[in-house]
Design a protein around this ligand. Sequence first.
Ligand code: DER
Length: 232
Amino acid sequence: VMAEEAKKLAACAAVDNHIQNNQVVGVGSGSTIVYAVDRLAERVRQEKLNIVCVPTSFQARQLILQHGLSLSDLDRHPDLDVAIDGADEVDDSLTLIKGGGGCLTQEKIVAGCAKHFIVIADYRKDSKALGQQWKKGVPVEVVPMAYVPVSRAITRRFGGEAVLRMAVSKAGPVVTDNSNFILDWKFEQAQNWKEVNTAVKMIPGVVETGLFVGMAEKVYFGMEDGSVKVRD
Ligand code: DER
């Protein structure tokens, strides 16, 4: 099957296995999550489920509203039962690279508030080691005034190069939902991602990294043969 169909398979498997009545659900961002919200809305209607959704971006907020789902936030629901989100790459210890869509900060906050963080992805994200499939580097959200010193600090400490993400449909750099910039750090060799995540977060000006270490409980991969593979 094509990647889009594989995304849908993973999304439906995750929603069908992890959504039940009276839940607060974190809704991720990107293209795969669209299939999950479609399936979630269908189940809410068919089974008359009492579900409240917390978004991870303007995009997720729009998805929730467009599907007539109940919108909430972390002020009212700081404890989420489950969060479902996509990923750019998943390694064999469930470490994720996220942020290809620029939404990593709110995604990590919401994932951290959920009892269960479930990831959905097509087969292209299935990797043995970060960097094997995903070639765009690790996204790092930074305060705009600090992007140059942060970029230099990352490359001095860990090598590679950290490049300011430029917008396509807007002049100048991408501006996140939190009014920040994004550096894409093109690393050269495999790292101790737990250590890198901690060290990068300590650099003054860094808001968040796209390294999700020890957060994903289970990953559903939609495979090319139409099956769904689970890694946990
Ligand atoms: O940008 C993000 O963090 C997205 O969740 C990304 O990791 C997955 O987006 P996709 O489902 O469109 O591949």
